[in-house]
Design a protein around this ligand. Structure first.
Ligand SMILES: [Zn+2]
Ligand SMILES: [Zn+2]
Length: 447
């Protein structure tokens, strides 16, 4: 690559801003006595976000090969400053002005291009059951707040990359594409809020807004599979998928995941789908189940499922209860995992291809086990106490292993052992709560 700067994952650098805005939204909601947040739901949303970023570390290299290959073999090469230099005819000031004008117009053009192909990936991810499995995670939360924006499916990137390949053929450089695609993703953060009502009509006409995107997350039959836009809403208006926000939105999916386990929620839809696919007699029915709308079933499996009418009063949200003390424990561990995962992701961005595999796989596995355990705590699973103690011991051992040649080894060792002892002693206070027979899932109204 000509560019000497590392290709930065802008999403990782935006993490502090995300949490600042989540804090502000939480505070405003509390002050207005609005129950927009539930602890178990918010932690699971954020855990899914961490999980998808970790999966991205392994996926990105693979999914990017196709884009790079097509770009290298493309007849065109569009990289802001390069073409601008070619257009140089006058003095330095003219060149500079040309460069800026050119870079901005190329940037805007590519942004619209990314948003267009995003619309089609996103729309088909809703309309084709097999692809729905790669996106469903984003829709499982039954709340609507800024943490939902970060709730992303781990394997979505393994499918969506194909849709952007035309941009490589048009000659948009991989660096330019990654930067603009990150900005397009970042835009979608702030629209996941109930605190902003409808905005200026001119803005609502062109751009995706909190109101439009609330509709997208609705299970009310008239809201299902509407408003697929990323930054712009004009493609929904053009291609007939636009729906204005009218009655109150009920959030979630028609087939509730009923789990706080970030691993399970990533695969439960596909597991159910393939279970059904292998139950049908005719090959044609099996194929149709994979490519038709989610919920499409042949007559032998009971026929097509149609979504039922819902209101906030009749829809039961999935919920479970844990003690307040255990919630504080989860919060503490979550903050540690978040800081560790953020540091790991920043390091991956700086030197993506050159690090130790033990480091990469070791840290990733520990992060994934941690977020699975948070789900196990919320669901009060019997397997959780030994799993949690093992996780803490494994964390200490890995930290010691990774720091073995470090100049500050003894400081790292002391911190790791102190963290481990505090965590284990604290956690053992709650072990009795896991011996109780697991409560039946508590359901609460959405209203
Ligand atoms: Zn969607
Ligand atoms: Zn969303």
């Amino acid at each position: 690559m000509r560019n000497t700067l590392p290709v930065m994952n802008l999403i990782v650098y935006a993490i502090p801003v995300f949490f600042l805005l989540i804090g502000i939204e939480l505070l405003i909601a509390r002050m207005r006595r609005l129950s927009y947040y539930r602890f178990n739901d918010a932690i699971t949303n954020l855990s899914c976000g961490i999980g998808s970023q970790i999966a991205g570390v392994f996926l990105k290299t693979a999914t990017f090969i196709g884009y790079k290959y097509l770009y290298e073999h493309s007849l065109f090469k569009i990289d802001g400053p390069t073409l601008a230099s070619m257009a140089y005819h006058g003095n330095a000031a003219t060149l500079h002005a040309l460069e800026i004008t050119f870079s901005i117009s190329i940037g805007v053009l590519l942004f619209v291009g990314v948003d267009f192909f995003y619309y089609w990936f996103h729309r088909l991810a809703h309309e084709i059951s097999f692809l729905w499995g790669s996106h469903v995670v984003h829709h499982q939360s039954e709340e609507y707040n800024l943490t939902v924006a970060l709730r992303q499916a781990a394997l979505q990137g393994a499918f969506s990359w194909v849709f952007y390949l035309p941009l490589a053929v048009l000659g948009f450089s991989p660096e330019l594409f990654l930067t603009i695609a990150s900005l397009q993703t970042l835009y979608q953060f702030w629209i996941h809020t109930k605190l902003i009502g409808k905005m200026h009509p001119a803005f609502e006409y062109v751009f995706n807004t909190p109101s439009h995107h609330r509709v997208h997350h609705g299970v009310n039959p008239k809201y299902i599979d509407r408003n697929h836009g990323g930054t712009l809403i004009i493609f929904d208006r053009m291609f007939g998928t636009f729906q204005v926000e009218e009655e109150e939105v009920v959030y979630g999916i028609t087939k509730q995941a009923k789990s706080w386990n970030p691993m399970w929620v990533n695969f439960e839809y596909w597991i159910g789908l393939f279970r059904d696919v292998f139950r049908v007699q005719r090959l044609k029915s099996a194929v149709l189940m994979l490519v038709k709308m989610p919920g499409w079933k042949p007559a032998e499996l009971g026929g097509v499922e149609t979504p039922k009418a819902v209101t906030p009063q009749t829809f039961n949200k999935y919920n479970t209860e844990i003690s307040e003390g255990l919630s504080y424990y989860v919060f503490f561990q979550f903050v540690v995992v978040l800081l560790g995962a953020s540091a790991f992701l920043v390091m991956q961005g700086l030197k993506p291809f050159s690090e130790d595999l033990v480091f990469k796989i070791g840290i990733s596995s520990l992060i994934v086990i941690a977020i699975i355990n948070f789900g196990g705590i919320f669901e009060q699973r019997a397997w959780l106490p030994p799993a949690e103690i093992l996780r803490i011991v494994a964390t200490i051992l890995l930290v010691i292993y990774l720091a073995k040649n470090s100049a500050v080894f003894f400081i790292v060792l002391s911190v790791a052992v102190a963290f481990g002892l505090v965590s284990i002693l604290w956690f053992t206070k709650f072990i009795g709560q896991f011996n109780l027979k697991r409560q039946e899932d508590v359901q609460i109204n959405a209203g």
